[in-house]
Design a protein around this ligand. Structure first.
Ligand SMILES: Cc1cc2nc3c(=O)[nH]c(=O)nc-3n(C[C@H](O)[C@H](O)[C@H](O)COP(=O)(O)OP(=O)(O)OC[C@H]3O[C@@H](n4cnc5c(N)ncnc54)[C@H](O)[C@@H]3O)c2cc1C
Length: 432
């Protein structure tokens, strides 16, 4: 069972396939939240554009997100401050805060259950990480509060609160935006040359291309297969569980996440690198039994996001050698604000305008980070493992996932069902 809570309330608009050759200025590839927000902004600015979606819009990760809209991405500011200095850390904050405002503006014309909420990063144990984060936030002049007053059923040592963050129903917004956009569904982009994109039925001639396919589908440029891996996480929607006053995430790696949607509690966690073992739904079920014994599961879903080497998304020119190709990826499980930041940056760049945040999110920044070694190690081990089946992306040995009955790739996160059909990219084809 993999059924998102959002799909119960929303009928997504449908679009036909592109069957004839097309010429357009900007082609957006991928109809998740990132692609739709880019297309919407292009339309608003009067740019000639089209969006291609391989399947149905928002059938990917955006369908299963917990949809917190926040600039508090875990304890990220201490890390960015250390790696990139105060100017870039401050810009990261400003870009994400502007994204929150942009969602609010859209919610004024598209009802999408937008609610202002405070966001909290809590800690169950020592406050070491929180202290370092508070110091970084204070240094950056970002309003920050520490509180011990968290009403959970388990004890919490303390939490950092960001006021006036938000939560919403992402599919309601996507449906409202998409209905007025030039979208072609069931139209996968298969091949790219400088100004041409080939699908199964036709050719599209373009000036600029934005790749918003979650994991970028072109291996030839940008080395995204080295720069990213995918992390899978799990969500339960629970009825008759306690309401939580805000949005919450554990500061510890792979800790739990909480928010409400109406009277449901969305409990997230159990995360692990795709293709590896982890807590999964069992961890969430265990937690529910202990802390919310009267709760009833309404639905559950699992999904995965692209994790970058330094915790900052890759938004901008796809690679130094591809001046007309752009990308929005690596959202590190913070794709709501990151998708909006992508739209703000990329719609400037495709029109030749400067954007104040380009340097912070540039995909061409240094890759010399510790995570690079982990990614290279995983790829080497799984390329050398002699078992079958092999991933159609780069040939790594796939691992059987007994919980979801799928073949998962530990290298880059592609997934296939029992019959070999493709479930998650970057692989573009099913198993032979
Ligand atoms: C469990 C979980 C919870 C999360 N919760 C939050 C949260 O609370 N707040 C937050 O900010 N972020 C959250 N995230 C992250 C966020 O959901 C994602 O980063 C975001 O939804 C990714 O959007 P996307 O548009 O990049 O990708 P997707 O939604 O996956 O869209 C990509 C689209 O591209 C299409 N596509 C692929 N290949 C092609 C092709 N060749 N041609 C045409 N189309 C193609 C796919 O079919 C798909 O529809 C969460 C992530 C996880 C895993």
């Amino acid at each position: 069972m993999n059924n998102s809570v959002w799909t119960n309330d929303v009928q997504m608009p449908t679009f036909g396939r592109l069957e004839q050759d097309l010429k357009t200025d900007v082609l957006v590839v991928g109809g998740g939240l990132a692609g739709i927000l880019c297309a919407h902004r292009l339309a608003r600015e009067g740019v000639d554009y089209a969006l291609l979606e391989a399947d149905r819009i928002c059938c990917g990760v955006s369908r299963n997100t917990t949809a917190k809209i926040t600039s508090q991405h875990g304890c990220i500011y201490a890390k960015i401050l250390r790696m990139f200095g105060p100017a870039k850390a401050r810009k990261y904050y400003e870009a994400n805060e502007e994204a929150i405002q942009a969602y609010y503006q859209l919610s004024q014309s598209i009802p999408c259950d937008f609610e202002w909420k405070d966001n909290y990063i809590y800690s169950k144990e020592s406050n070491h990480d929180l202290n370092a984060e508070i110091a970084a936030l204070s240094h950056l002049g970002i309003p920050v509060e520490f509180t011990k007053n968290i009403q959970f059923r388990f004890s919490v040592e303390g939490a950092i609160r960001f006021r006036k963050q938000a939560q919403f129903n992402p599919l309601k917004l996507a449906a409202g935006l998409a209905k007025d956009l030039r979208i072609y569904e069931h139209t996968a982009a298969r091949e790219f040359s400088e100004h041409t994109v080939i699908t199964d039925y036709c050719k599209i001639t373009v000036s600029k291309i934005i790749i918003a396919t979650h994991f970028p589908i072109l291996n030839k440029h940008g080395s995204y297969f080295l720069k990213m891996y995918q992390q899978r996480s799990y969500v339960l929607a629970l009825e008759n569980a306690a309401q939580v006053d805000g949005m919450f995430l554990d500061a510890a790696e792979n800790g739990l996440s909480f928010r409400n949607y109406g009277d449901l509690l969305l409990l997230g966690g159990g995360g692990h690198r795709t293709g590896k073992k982890g807590g999964g739904w069992a961890e969430l079920e265990r937690f529910t039994r202990i802390y919310y014994p009267g709760a009833r599961e309404v639905c559950r879903c699992a999904t995965q996001d692209c994790m970058t080497l330094d915790g900052i998304p890759y938004i901008g020119q796809y690679s130094k050698r591809t001046p007309d190709l752009y990308v929005a990826t690596g959202f590190n499980k913070w794709g709501m604000t990151s998708a909006m930041v992508s739209a703000m940056i990329l719609v400037d760049l495709v029109q030749g305008r400067e954007n104040p945040w380009t340097q912070v999110f540039s995909p061409s920044r240094s890759i010399l980070r510790g995570q690079l070694l982990n990614n290279a190690f995983e790829a080497t081990v799984n390329l050398l493992t002699p078992t079958k089946p092999r991933c159609t992306h780069m040939g790594c040995a796939l691992k059987w996932n007994p919980i979801e009955h799928s073949w998962d790739c530990p290298c880059h996160g592609s997934r296939f069902n029992e019959k070999g059909n493709l479930l998650d990219n970057p692989a573009a084809n099913g198993l032979p």
